[in-house]
Design a protein around this ligand. Structure first.
Ligand SMILES: Cc1cc2nc3c(=O)[nH]c(=O)nc-3n(C[C@H](O)[C@H](O)[C@H](O)COP(=O)(O)O)c2cc1C
Length: 381
């Protein structure tokens, strides 16, 4: 199987599975506890159907959207995700380059393996910085200043990780950071020699956003332990209000799920929220963002940019979310499997396929601009 054989999310997933050592594949593919929320995220789109209109003379398609003060050429962006150089040696650089080419938003994670200022300097497209709020307040201040100095367009604070989700696949495989080729996993890595060779012959693993401040000399820890031990469980609305004031620009909360919290985000001056359950990786049993979207849009849709992520695999999922009132959507695994499968070319292909799906689906729906999508073209079963 090669990149040209990938036509859908499941093809990219399969190619990534074949190319990655299993602990790494399972880190991307896995979620919390029984993974029921992960499962529901995509299934929630099947509870409603699109109702197309015909004979509308749809010639030119404009799928661009504006969120958080940024114009995106397509209504889906690459959600910030951790550790990308572990998945492919070009990591964040590959994703940033592909997102830049397709004119969409990309975000460096606090757990990114490339420095945000390096990425900002290289690509001019819209970029956000995904912030994890650490117990170490000095580190938080440095991270905020670095992001300001780097001139990232949007601050995106993740608020659903004050403790680690129970990622049982990682517990079984021993996946940890800093990422090391452990002796116990060595057979797995030996079976995927191309990945191992690339990993060992490219720039050494590092976490440039954190390296100067976080002491990991006690040895590798699981991602769950990183959240639990290093992130601040006391983070509250007052802390975030201060951050919003200091940032003084586009500020988005990622991981809001309730109407009440969405209203609070408006009250403290956030300009956007991402309704998200972290791709099912945190609270298993929590609601899917698509199921929760309408009540949040109804409550705050006129006051703040309502965005959603989790479970998006198809162009039709994007159209359903936009019809329900989301201004744009984010996706994680849809580009991560493609990154693992084939680096920048892979991510470009994932974006290209998504773009042509959205374009074809809009044509079939009889709309030439995303602003024409609304709840009238959706029916629940
Ligand atoms: C491997 C992986 C790593 C992730 N790392 C982060 C991260 O560092 N920060 C963050 O806010 N969200 C992170 N996420 C969550 C994504 O930003 C996004 O919310 C999620 O992937 C959306 O679900 P989807 O993968 O079904 O599209 C990660 C997700 C995955 C799959």
């Amino acid at each position: 199987m090669r990149l040209k054989d990938c036509h859908s999310f499941s093809d990219f997933r399969e190619l990534a599975r074949r190319r990655l050592p299993s602990p790494i594949f399972n880190y991307i593919d896995g979620a919390a506890d029984d993974e029921s929320t992960y499962d529901r995220n995509t299934k929630s789109f099947e509870d409603c159907d699109l109702v197309p209109s015909v004979l509308r003379g749809v010639e030119n398609i404009d799928m661009s959207v504006e969120i958080l003060g940024q114009k995106l050429e397509m209504p889906i962006y690459c959600s910030p995700t951790a550790l990308q150089r572990v998945f492919h040696h070009d990591g964040e650089n590959a994703v940033a380059a592909a997102a830049d080419k397709y004119g969409t938003l990309f975000g460096v994670s606090s757990l990114g393996t490339v420095s945000l200022s390096e990425v900002r300097k290289q690509y001019s497209g819209p970029q956000c910085y995904q912030f994890y709020f650490h117990k170490d307040r000095e580190l938080n201040q440095v991270m905020l200043e670095n992001a300001k100095n780097a001139k990232v367009d949007v601050m995106m604070l993740t608020v659903d990780t004050i403790t680690g989700g129970n990622r049982e696949r990682d517990l079984k495989t021993g996946f940890s950071i800093p990422f090391k080729l452990s002796l116990s996993g060595i057979t797995q890595f030996a079976i995927k020699p191309m990945w191992a060779l690339n990993y060992l012959t490219h720039k050494k693993f590092s976490l440039p956003q954190l390296d100067d401040h976080v002491d990991m000399s006690d040895g590798p820890i699981s991602i769950g332990r990183y959240f639990t031990e290093m992130l601040d469980p006391c983070l509250n609305w007052d802390d975030v209000a201060k951050m919003v004031e200091y940032w003084d620009g586009q500020f988005c909360l990622k991981g809001v799920m309730s109407v009440e919290d969405a209203k609070k985000a408006v009250d403290i001056g956030c300009t956007g929220i991402v309704i998200s359950n972290h791709g099912g990786r945190q609270l298993d049993g929590s609601r899917s963002p698509f199921d929760q979207l309408s009540e949040i849009v109804d409550a705050v849709g006129d006051d703040i940019d309502v965005i959603m992520d989790s479970g998006i695999q198809r162009g039709t999922h994007v159209l359903k979310a936009l019809s329900m009132g989301a201004k744009a959507v984010g996706g994680g695994r849809f580009y991560l499997f493609a990154l693992a499968a084939a680096g920048q070319h892979g991510v470009e292909r994932a974006l290209e396929l998504m773009k042509s799906e959205i374009e074809r689906d809009m044509r079939l729906m009889g709309v030439s601009s995303v602003s024409e999508l609304n709840r009238e073209n959706l029916r629940f079963r």
